[in-house]
Design a protein around this ligand. Structure first.
Ligand SMILES: [Ca+2]
Ligand SMILES: [Ca+2]
Length: 533
C-alpha cells in the first residue's frame, strides 16, 4: 500500500470552516494554513533564512520544519496571512503543504501488487487484460453461494438480481436480510474477486465489466448447509435469468447421479460452470467440480506453488490464485490493517479477534521480542509494540505473552513468503480480557523492520473494514470465472466447450510438462487467452 494525497479532503474541510465562520460574525477571518516556503539562497547553510525565521515567528507564524539543503521552510500561518508571508523579503514562493493520508481501502482502491492480496490479478494476466480493454463487458456471471452483501460499494454497481433458492421461502438472499446467518460472508468475497467495481474504493475484480446474478443456496456457514437440490435450483434460476457462466465455490465428497446429469445438460445448453476442487489437500476432486462438463479449479499462491490445501487428481482442469486473496466482505465484517514505519507503509493483515486501533493509529517503539515466548520480552516493551516472528507457538500464545509483558500492540512477521491470515482462536484471552491490537506482516517486511526500525517509533492500524483476506479453492474458482468472462466478451463466437478449451490451451503449464494431476492444464492466463496466438 502506498501513501496518497487527499487535497480534496483539505478543501472540503476548508469550506466547512468557512461556512462555520460565516455563521459567527465576530470570528476572525483567518485560520492556520500549512505552507511550504521557498527561500532565496543566502550566505551559507548555517545561517539559512535565520532572519526570515525570526520574522515569521514575530508576526505570529509558527516554523514547523527547516529543510536547509532544499532552501525550504514549513510554516503554519496563524496570525500571519499567506499573502503577508509571501511578501516577506527573501521569500521566493509559497505553496500548500499537501496532506497525505494513510491508504485504507475505504478511502482509495488498492492497486494490484505482487506483495498484496490482489497479486492474483497480476499472475493471471487479468489486470493487464483489463488495461487493454478486456473487462468481460456485458457478460452475465451467476454466483450460487451464501447470502451476498447486495449494497456493498464494490458489488452493488454490477448486481442485476439476487434471489434465495434455499432454506425457508421467507428468507432473504442479501446479507442482513431475514433468516440470513451473520457468518454468510463467503459470496461477497467470491463475487468481489470476479467483478468488484473499478471505482475509488476497496478492490477491483478480474472482470469489472461483467454483470452479476446471485442465488443464495447455502443457508449458513456451517458445513452441510448447502443442499445439492438447493444448489441445482439456484443454478437453474441463474441460467433462466441469462447467466452464461456459473461460479460454484462449494462442493462435497459424495457424487450424485441426478446432479451429474444436471451439469452435463447445462454444458450441452452452452453454460460454463466453474467449481472449486476442494480444500482437503488430498488426491480426489470434490463434486460438482469433478463431473464432466464442470471446470474444476485448484489453488496456487503468488509464486504459482500449489496451495497445501488444494485437492488434486485426474478431474482437475485448471489452477488459479487462492492463497491470501483480498476481496470484498459484508460491510463491517472485514479488517483493514497496515503498519507505518518511517516513510514506509507496509501491508498487513489483522489477526482474527485482535483488538482494533482507534481513529488515530497505535504508535509505539518497535521492540524485538523473538518468537514471543515468555522469556523473549524485554521490560522496555511495556506500552510499546512487540515485533514477533511467526512459528513455534500459537498466535494466541504469542499475543497473550506480549500482553503479560505489558505491550500495547503486536506485529507478527511471517516465516514464509508473503502475507498470512491468522487467528487468536477465541474472542477474548483465556483470562477473559480483550485482545490488544495484533497484525501480521510478510517475511520481507519483517526483515526490513528488523534491519531498520527496531527501537524506533512505528504506528499500526487495525480497523473494521468492508474488505478482507481469505484462502481456499473457493478464492481460486472466481479468478477462472473472471477469466472466462473476459474471454467470452472478447470472443463471443466461442461456445462453452470452446471457452474451456481456450483457457486450458493458454494456461501457464506448471509442474510436470503438460497436463498433470496437481495443476491440471496449469494456471489460468486471461491475457494469453484473449490475445491472438
Ligand atoms: Ca473497487
Ligand atoms: Ca503441468
Amino acid at each position: 500500500m502506498s501513501a496518497m494525497k487527499s487535497r480534496n479532503g483539505l478543501s472540503v474541510f476548508a469550506v466547512f470552516i468557512a461556512l462555520a465562520l460565516a455563521l459567527l460574525p465576530q470570528a476572525s477571518p483567518t485560520w492556520a494554513e500549512r505552507l511550504l516556503v521557498r527561500v532565496a539562497p543566502s550566505s551559507g547553510q548555517e545561517v539559512f533564512s535565520e532572519q526570515l525565521s525570526r520574522e515569521i515567528e514575530v508576526r505570529g507564524g509558527t516554523l514547523r520544519h527547516r529543510f536547509a539543503d532544499l532552501g525550504v521552510l514549513a510554516v503554519e500561518t496563524g496570525d500571519l496571512s499567506r499573502a503577508a508571508l509571501a511578501a516577506l523579503p527573501g521569500v521566493l514562493s509559497v505553496e500548500d503543504d499537501p496532506v497525505r493520508t494513510l491508504l485504507l481501502l475505504s478511502k482509495a482502491q488498492l492497486a494490484p501488487n505482487p506483495a498484496n492480496g490482489l497479486y492474483g490479478l497480476l499472475t493471471t494476466g487479468l489486470a493487464e487484460a483489463n488495461k487493454r480493454g478486456f473487462t468481460g463487458a456485458g457478460v452475465l456471471v451467476g454466483v450460487a453461494d451464501s447470502a451476498l452483501d447486495c449494497a456493498h460499494p464494490d458489488i452493488a454497481p454490477a448486481l442485476v438480481e439476487s434471489f434465495n433458492a434455499g432454506g425457508s421461502p421467507d428468507d432473504g438472499s442479501c446479507f442482513g436480510g431475514p433468516g440470513v446467518d451473520p457468518e454468510e460472508t463467503h459470496a461477497t468475497h467470491v463475487a468481489g474477486t470476479i467483478l468488484a467495481a473499478n471505482n475509488k474504493v476497496g478492490v477491483v475484480g478480474g472482470a469489472p465489466g461483467a454483470r452479476l446474478l446471485h442465488a443464495r443456496v447455502c443457508t449458513g456457514a456451517a458445513p452441510g448447509r448447502c443442499l445439492t437440490s438447493d444448489i441445482m435450483a439456484g443454478v437453474r434460476g441463474l441460467v433462466d435469468r441469462g447467466a452464461r457462466i456459473i461460479n460454484l465455490s462449494l462442493g462435497g465428497g459424495r457424487s450424485s447421479v441426478t446432479e451429474e446429469l444436471f451439469y452435463r445438460s447445462l454444458r450441452r445448453d452452452g453454460i460454463l460452470v466453474v467449481a472449486a476442487s476442494g480444500n482437503d489437500g488430498q488426491d480426489g476432486v470434490i463434486y460438482p467440480a469433478a463431473y464432466d462438463g464442470v471446470v474444476a479449479v485448484g489453488a496456487v499462491d503468488a509464486a504459482d506453488q500449489l496451495a497445501s490445501f488444494s485437492n488434486f487428481g485426474a478431474a482437475l482442469d485448471l489452477v488459479a490464485p487462492g492463497s491470501g486473496v483480498l476481496s470484498s466482505l459484508p460491510r463491517g465484517t472485514g479488517r483493514d490493517a497496515d503498519l507505518l514505519a518511517g516513510r514506509d507503509l507496509f501491508a498487513a493483515t489483522g489477526l482474527e479477534f485482535a483488538g482494533l486501533t482507534g481513529r488515530r493509529a497505535l504508535a509505539g517503539v518497535l521492540v524485538d521480542c523473538g518468537l514471543g515466548r515468555p522469556g523473549d520480552f524485554p521490560s522496555r516493551v511495556r506500552r510499546q509494540i512487540a515485533l514477533i516472528q511467526r512459528g513455534e507457538l500459537f498466535f494466541s500464545d504469542k499475543v497473550a505473552n506480549a500482553m503479560a509483558a505489558g505491550a500495547a500492540g503486536v506485529v507478527i512477521y511471517n516465516n514464509a513468503a508473503g502475507l498470512f491470515s491468522g487467528t487468536l482462536q477465541t474472542p477474548a484471552t483465556p483470562n477473559g480480557a480483550a485482545w490488544i491490537p495484533a497484525i501480521g506482516v510478510s517475511d520481507a517486511t519483517g526483515a526490513r523492520l528488523r534491519a531498520r526500525r527496531l527501537n524506533k517509533s512505528v504506528a499500526m492500524n487495525n480497523l473494521i473494514s468492508d474488505w478482507g483476506f481469505a484462502s481456499g479453492t473457493s478464492m481460486a474458482t472466481p479468478h477462472v470465472a473472471a477469466a472466462a468472462a473476459v474471454l467470452w466478451a472478447a470472443r463471443p463466437e466461442l461456445d462453452a466447450d470452446g471457452v474451456e478449451r481456450r483457457l486450458e490451451d493458454t494456461a501457464r503449464d506448471l509442474g510436470e510438462p503438460g497436463f498433470d494431476l496437481r495443476f491440471g492444464a496449469g494456471r489460468v492466463d486471461a491475457l494469453r487467452a484473449v490475445l491472438p496466438d
